[in-house]
Design a binder for this molecule. Structure first.
Ligand code: PMV
Length: 332
């Protein structure tokens, strides 16, 4: 099944020409149980369920402005800078917009602002595609339900489907061929004293994007065969840790899950090692702090940066140990 078939089923054949500018915001999210591997590349359908936590005010804001009739091209800007139309980000964004665009004539100005570093493994593509999907829905007046928007955002970037919601969000892989049951589901549980710490160790863009990285892992890493079972077990453990607010269990499981995902990447050929020397040094520092009694854990995505997990009562000590940390209170 192709993306175009799904969009054609869900969207009306015609809509009024957009005349008003619109704006939408979506939070970034960090997975505690990771999504790594697609069972369907066209629709971004995952091999495993995943579970994330939303980053509240950190994310992407996207504004869509209809351009005048004589405009021949869309104009895309990121953090205030207009990008060339052959830029990889622009090409991907416009392809996505074209799936929704009912009115072939109207060109659009797309302005995205991220308040998190772009492409440094802090999930800005997730919030970017989620904000874009929300903005497009308003722009064309589709008024689709959030679960459908989540499934559509997934086709832009898999993890974007979790950025349509706040708090803890589970992305269920689903079973339907059209993937419309593969979207985010918000969990009811809240966890007031849970804190995340973002450590930007380098802002260098990652060398291999997640799409290519996942594919290489599936095709070349025998170790990947054990990933779906580990992810399924970790997800259950995380659910119980969240229900019981058991921080140690949450931290240990999230850290183990991230390292298991990285182990499959490293076992690929050519190897995928997203870590930089600073990443490894920071892991050792976290393990030493933990041995000395500070309950702090970490997770990492497809990049060199580290995200800390800790509790509010330890915030002062975390800030003393990591002076550049950005602390996020997801439920405060
Ligand atoms: O949504 P993508 O294609 O950027 O993939 C995200 C993959 C990870 O960030 C490594 C894991 C996750 O679940 O967010």
């Amino acid at each position: 099944m192709l993306k175009t078939d799904i969009f054609a089923t869900l969207l009306p054949a015609e809509t009024p020409t957009p005349t008003e500018e619109v704006e939408a915001f979506a939070s970034a999210n960090i997975a505690l149980c990771k999504y790594w591997g697609k069972r369907n590349k066209e629709l971004n359908l995952p091999v495993n369920d995943s579970l994330s936590i939303s980053l509240g005010h950190l994310g992407s804001k996207t504004r869509l402005i209809p351009l005048s009739d004589d405009s021949e091209v869309d104009v895309v800007s990121l953090n205030g800078e207009v990008l060339a139309n052959d830029d990889a980000f622009v090409v991907k964004l416009i392809q996505f917009l074209d799936y929704f665009r009912r009115d072939e004539r109207t060109r659009v100005q797309v302005e995205t602002h991220n308040n998190i570093p772009t492409a440094a493994g802090l999930a800005s593509s997730a919030s970017g595609f989620a904000a874009l999907t929300l903005a497009i829905d308003k722009f064309y007046g589709f008024n689709l339900p959030t679960d459908q928007l989540s499934a559509l955002a997934r086709m832009g970037s898999g993890s974007a489907c979790r950025s349509l919601y706040s708090g803890f969000v589970q992305w269920e892989m689903g079973v339907r061929e059209d993937g419309m049951d593969s979207h985010g589901y918000p969990l009811e549980a809240r966890w007031g004293n849970l804190r995340l710490g973002l450590l930007t160790l380098t802002e260098k863009a990652k060398a291999v994007g997640s799409r290519e990285g996942m594919q290489r892992t599936i095709e070349t890493a025998h170790l990947y065969q054990s990933w779906p079972a580990q992810a399924a077990a970790d997800l259950l453990t995380l659910q119980s840790a969240i229900t019981e607010q058991n921080f140690q269990r949450l931290g240990e499981t999230a850290e183990h899950n991230a390292l298991a995902m990285h182990a499959t990447m490293i076992a690929s050929w050519p190897p995928l090692l997203y870590w930089q020397p600073e990443s490894v040094a920071t892991m050792h520092k976290i393990w030493t702090l933990r041995e000395n009694g500070l309950p702090v854990y970490f997770t990492m995505d497809a990049g060199p940066n580290i995200k800390l997990l800790f509790q509010a009562e330890d915030q002062a000590e975390i800030e003393a140990q990591f002076p550049h940390v950005t602390v996020v209170a997801p439920f405060a």
